[in-house]
Design a protein around this ligand. Structure first.
Ligand SMILES: Nc1ncnc2c1ncn2[C@@H]1O[C@H](COP(=O)(O)OP(=O)(O)O)[C@@H](O)[C@H]1O
Ligand SMILES: [Mg+2]
Length: 837
């Protein structure tokens, strides 16, 4: 029995003290979850994060978990990286997404690892806790209908006889019915047990076998269809209920299914055996031997909507029959979580196959220690009975009034009153909750309500995994030694060969240093490269004829730089002076929020007046420059004006002017999205970024649209239902009254007065009938209009990302005079073999 409470985050009182010191750990005793939990909140409020934290806490406490995954993000539990190192993250980063953002996966991985470490540290957790969780759990990733993960033999309830037929016939029958529904859906027939004749017939045939101690495999059912071993279905003879020809057609379809290879994936793999999955020590339970805690993820994210309903219906029927067979307890024996329950537990009158078993689970599972946590972004869609059964509520931010009203109403039901909380104030609180923050209501706690912020999850919440990744994940958890090793992080790309402008390979300065040890040792701190007077002057005296043997002193504040040269200067090797400057142009547009810094090293030959020859300005790759000269080289003299301070300033100013006049940049911007092309970001990458942003925005707006329409649609539905009810009542009344002929006869036998009364009654009823019909038609038309308007809005939003490129404009940026700065200026000694220029 777990004694350690679940530590879910930090909490503070609902109203009043907001200071951090009022916060304390939010600890939930495990057995509180026996009465189930509901998590609601808009997208992004942190529901999945909270569900994951609950799962982690259960596993840390040794409570087995069954996770129902319809969106694909619960397998994130397997992103528990014991070292929280970039290398563990990297294989799971989508390289194309990283590239769209103009980034290397390694960078993204590094950043994520750091973020996750920091987030966990803020929650008082670290790699050791992740490692402990990972070591503790025995994960299993089941994927019915596909072999991407571990397939499930979904029809096992049908094809292998369950002992339930001897113990709990009702449960066995429900499981059988769910199996048959799935089977019928797979052949494209009506799967509804209450409506479908084929369902009724097959159920009769299968049950006869199963109760008689046999299996009811498909092959056997086919034989039974051909020659039914029963005489009647209900009050009808078999042939009258389902004609032989029709039976033949059904048999043919089932036979085709049986022969289809895709169908085979529904019939292989683990049996749908919840006990085997969850009970520790059960022979089939994962990690049973090592005393680990089962963490079973059933993922149906890859299935069609109606397949999901049927498969999960089947799963919940099995779950229910497992629960019913357990002994009673008040401890939490297992936790079932269902994120995104939207559509699976809808309010009356909808009744998909998942609803009955889910409701039954919520009602009965508490006695057997199985807690169910449901999360949804759409409280309007939850059956209110399910809501009022939940003991723990976690309510995140809710956007629409209707959603908030619904939740506040549901909360009132959870403890028989608003729990001392003012409904309007609560609604206002819910509207403004930040992400990862939840209003918590726990009927077992005093006070029952508080505000909580969830702790950081130990698992990396990356978001939905693809079918492919499921395969990789399964291999990564597979204990089999034969399993291929987990995906390795790609090794770092080889360092780029230094490439200069125009694609020429630039002489690597390291090579130069190695090749010219003299130069390197002569000027180890190359940056300032002050000539060494003693040595140089001696050399200068020796070689006075062909130019100075040492570089002339640069003007004050200037550096000296040298073109790379061979190890030893060949005969006639001379340096001639150029000017080089590192110039930064700050380009900005405050309106666009753009600030670019363009730094370049420009060089130009020095004319005899000491000014740069602006017609010959070139951009220099800094790698082409070295801080020390080639030994043995000669130097031309500096132009005389440069020796004066004013001359040097004029040269610098001329280069600066040049940059001011010639620099311009084009940046792509998307005004509506507020995005600007980043420095060095290719246009395609920027366009991709715009598309992604537009898609995000469209998604949010679509949610907003759906949220906005939902209450009106609900109201219209109610109006339609009321009108229909009135119509049916009026119709019944009209039918019960004598018609015109009847009234005439009535007049003959009962007198004119009675007949007239009947006539007016009939007229009134007819008028009511007509009014109700009109109201019904109008409301129906209004609903269709509303749906159409919603669809049009949604479709328009759908277009947004596709058209993101159209919103991109190019902005030309030029610097202002003051925005051009000279970083440093230098005499750049250019190498020449000829005489001085
Ligand atoms: N407990 C948590 N720990 C770490 N990150 C979280 C947590 N909860 C939410 N987040 C972050 O917030 C994002 C949105 O939360 P999520 O749980 O997916 O919201 P919802 O399921 O309500 O749409 C997640 O992608 C994740 O980055
Ligand atoms: Mg979610």
């Amino acid at each position: 029995m777990p004694t350690r409470p679940f530590t879910l985050g930090r909490c503070r009182p609902l109203w009043g003290d907001e200071s951090p010191s009022a916060a304390r750990p939010l600890e939930l005793p495990a057995h509180h979850l026996v009465t189930h939990g509901v998590v609601v909140g808009m997208t992004g409020s942190g529901k999945t994060g909270l569900v994951m934290v609950l799962v982690e806490e259960a596993l840390r406490s040794g409570v087995p978990v069954l996770m129902v995954d319809v969106k694909g993000d619960l397998p994130n539990l397997l992103f528990t990286f014991p070292e929280l190192s970039p290398a563990e993250f990297e294989p799971w980063i989508d390289p194309s997404a990283a590239a769209r953002d103009g980034r290397a996966t390694a960078d993204v991985a590094g950043e994520l690892a750091a973020r996750w470490r920091a987030g966990l540290a803020a929650s008082g957790l670290g790699p050791a806790d992740v490692a402990a969780l990972r070591a503790r759990m025995a994960p299993r990733l089941l994927t019915p209908g596909t072999t991407a993960g571990e397939p499930i033999h979904v029809l096992s309830a049908l094809e292998t006889r369950s002992p339930l037929w001897d113990e709990d016939e009702e449960a066995a029958r429900e499981a059988l019915s769910a199996s048959l529904s799935l089977l019928l859906r797979l052949v494209g027939r009506d799967p509804d047990p209450a409506r479908s004749r084929e369902h009724v017939l097959l159920a009769h045939l299968a049950e006869r076998r199963l109760r008689g101690g046999q299996a009811a495999g498909l092959e056997e059912l086919l034989a039974d269809l051909a020659a039914p071993p029963i005489a009647a279905v209900g009050a009808l003879e078999v042939d009258a209920f389902f004609a032989p020809k029709e039976r033949q057609a059904l048999a043919r379809e089932l036979n085709t299914l049986l022969a289809s290879p895709t169908f085979a994936t529904w019939r292989k793999g683990a049996p749908l055996d919840v006990a085997g999955w969850l009970e520790r020590g059960a022979p089939g339970a994962p990690g049973a031997d090592a005393g680990k805690t089962p963490a079973v993820i059933v993922s149906v994210a890859h299935l069609e909507d109606d397949e999901r309903l049927l498969v999960l219906g089947l799963l919940f029927e099995q779950l229910l029959s497992w629960v019913r067979g357990l002994s009673g307890t008040s401890d939490l024996r297992a936790l079932v979580v269902f994120d995104e329950v939207f559509g699976f537990l809808p309010p009356h009158p909808a009744s998909p196959p998942t609803k009955r078993p889910l409701l039954a689970l919520l009602k009965q599972a508490r006695a057997f220690g199985v807690g169910v946590v449901l999360a949804t972004q759409n409280p309007m869609d939850l059956d209110y009975k399910a809501l009022s059964n939940a003991g723990a509520w976690f309510v995140g931010r809710l956007q629409t009034d209707a959603d908030r009203e619904r939740v506040v109403e549901g909360l009132s039901g959870s403890d028989g009153g608003a729990g001392g909380v003012d409904a309007a104030a609560l609604s206002a609180t819910l509207k403004a909750l930040p992400p990862r923050t939840f209003f918590v209501r726990n009927v077992h706690m005093r006070p029952t309500s508080l505000l909580a912020e969830t702790r950081f999850s130990l698992s990396w919440l990356r978001g939905p995994v693809t079918r492919r990744e499921i395969g990789r994940l399964v291999r990564s958890i597979s204990p089999a030694p034969a399993a291929p090793p987990g995906p390795k992080s790609p090794s770092a790309p080889p360092p780029h060969a230094p490439v200069g402008p125009g694609g020429t390979v630039v002489l690597d300065p390291r090579h130069a240093a190695a090749a010219a040890p003299h130069a390197a040792s002569a000027a180890p701190h190359a940056a300032s490269a002050a000539p060494q007077p003693a040595r140089r002057s001696k050399a200068a005296r020796a070689d006075a004829g062909a130019g100075a043997a040492a570089p002339p002193q640069p003007p004050e504040g200037w550096r000296s730089l040298y073109a790379h040269a061979p190890a030893a200067a060949p005969e006639g090797f001379r340096y001639v002076p150029w000017v080089a400057a590192s110039v930064v142009a700050h380009l900005r547009d405050t309106k666009l929020g753009v600030a670019l810094n363009q730094r370049q090293i420009l060089a130009a030959p020095l004319l005899s007046d000491g000014k740069p020859d602006l017609a010959r300005v070139t951009r220099l790759d800094p790698a082409l420059l070295s801080a020390s000269p080639a030994p043995g080289a000669r130097f031309a003299a500096l132009p005389v004006p440069l020796t004066k301070r004013s001359g040097a300033l004029a040269a610098a100013r001329a280069l600066r002017e040049h940059v001011y006049r010639t620099t311009e940049a084009a940046v792509a911007v998307h005004k509506e999205l507020g995005l600007t092309q980043g420095e060095g970001e290719p246009l395609e990458a920027f366009t991709g970024r715009c598309r992604a942003a537009a898609a995000r925005r469209a998604g949010a707006e679509q949610q907003e649209v759906t949220g906005r329409y939902a209450p009106r649609i609900a109201r219209l539905r109610e109006r339609i239902a009321a009108a229909k009810a009135r119509y049916e009542q009026a119709e019944a009344e009209v039918a019960a009254l004598p018609g015109a002929v009847g009234a005439a006869i009535l007049g003959l036998v009962a007198g004119r007065g009675t007949a007239r009364r009947a006539e007016t009654q009939r007229d009134k009823a007819s008028a009511r009938l007509e009014r109700a019909r009109q109201e019904w038609t109008e409301a129906d038309a209004a609903l269709r209009d509303l749906h159409a308007a919603q669809a049009a809005e949604l479709a328009a939003l759908e277009q947004l990302p596709l058209r993101a490129g159209e919103g991109i404009e190019t902005k030309r940026l030029v610097p202002r005079k003051n925005d051009v700065e000279v970083d440093f200026i230098a005499v750049a000694w250019a190498a020449t073999l000829a005489g001085p220029a």
